[in-house]
Write a protein that binds this ligand. Structure first.
Ligand code: RIB
Length: 294
């Protein structure tokens, strides 16, 4: 059984700021770092570091995206299915505030140049029972889901960042949703909180297993029968970027390696806590040994 993560690859330009820049304001930053990132790349690295076998598919531009591919390779991710396209690699401008919180401006670049024929080619490498992991930072997500469903792959969707396209995807094919309360509320067309929201989403997609993340309050899991609650591990916050991606990668990585959902949730919460205590996106993702020893 293989995992295909069809997702974004970004260059993250991370600026440390006193506060997030306001409209009309010019703000000096205290420092600037360049990290590998993108929700797709981060989740592939987390999946691979958890011990799962993962193929990353996606696209970078010519010239500036090579280090992202090398970063994936050094984490053990198979990169044969990444296309190199004319034009620019996707990037993110991240403001990181003093409390470790962030706000992110995305430029899609090559991530938004994925075409149906590229998808067809990638999908030839996968079969029934393989996993597809998706976020919402590339083009043709709906088509990728259709193809994966035809192949009877298991579909994991982290609908982040949320935008109007989500409503156009065949969400009824999703086997696992990993999402926060805003994303769940948007999908339900009605904002809500916690368990009530989880049940609302489950009523809409009864076949799906759902992990609802609650920020500082941890996460909830519902598979139609079992409700699980997982708290967070408190650490000193350095940078929250990619904490959610680390959580997703270790949760799904744990499941595909045979962990029970409760154990996978706990493992994912530990991995996310370590990521939060470190700077950057992909570089903050811990190894499996670090998580086991946490
Ligand atoms: O989830 C964090 C990621 O979101 C960053 O690495 C950035 O590239 C954006 O995709």
């Amino acid at each position: 059984m293989k995992i295909l993560n069809y997702g974004s690859l970004n260059i993250d330009y991370t600026y440390s700021v006193d506060h997030f820049v306001r409209g009309g304001e010019t703000l000096s930053s205290d420092s600037m770092n360049v990290f590998s990132g993108g929700k797709g790349l981060n989740q592939s690295i987390a999946l691979s570091k958890s011990g799962a076998e993962v193929w990353h598919a996606g696209a970078v531009g010519t010239g500036d995206g090579d280090f992202l591919i090398r970063q994936l390779q050094s984490a053990g991710v198979n990169t044969e299915l990444i296309a190199v396209l004319e034009g620019k690699t996707g990037h993110a401008i991240i403001q990181k505030a003093k409390d470790g919180g962030n706000c992110i401006l995305l430029y899609g670049g090559a991530n938004q140049e994925i075409t149906k024929s590229m998808v067809d080619e990638v999908m030839e490498h996968f079969e029934a029972g393989d996993y597809l992991v998706l976020q919402n930072e590339i083009s043709e997500i709906g088509y990728i889901m259709e193809k994966a469903h035809e192949k009877q792959m298991k579909i994991v969707l982290n609908p982040s960042p949320m935008d109007h396209r989500i409503g156009e995807y065949p969400l009824e094919y999703v086997d696992y949703f990993l999402l926060n309360e805003i994303e769940a509320g948007d999908i339900c067309n009605e904002q809500g909180e916690g368990e009530a929201l989880l049940r609302k989403l489950s009523a809409k997609f009864p076949g799906a297993r759902i992990v609802l993340t609650l920020g500082g309050d941890g996460s909830l899991y519902w598979d139609g029968e079992r409700l699980l609650k997982q708290g967070i591990y408190k650490v000193e916050v350095a940078d929250t970027t990619a904490a959610g991606d680390t959580f997703t990668g270790f949760f799904i990585g744990g499941l595909v390696q045979g962990m029970d959902a409760a154990a996978a949730l706990e493992w994912a919460a530990k991995a996310a806590a370590i990521a939060v205590s470190r700077q950057g996106a992909a570089p903050s993702i811990p190894s499996r040994d670090e998580v086991d020893g946490f």
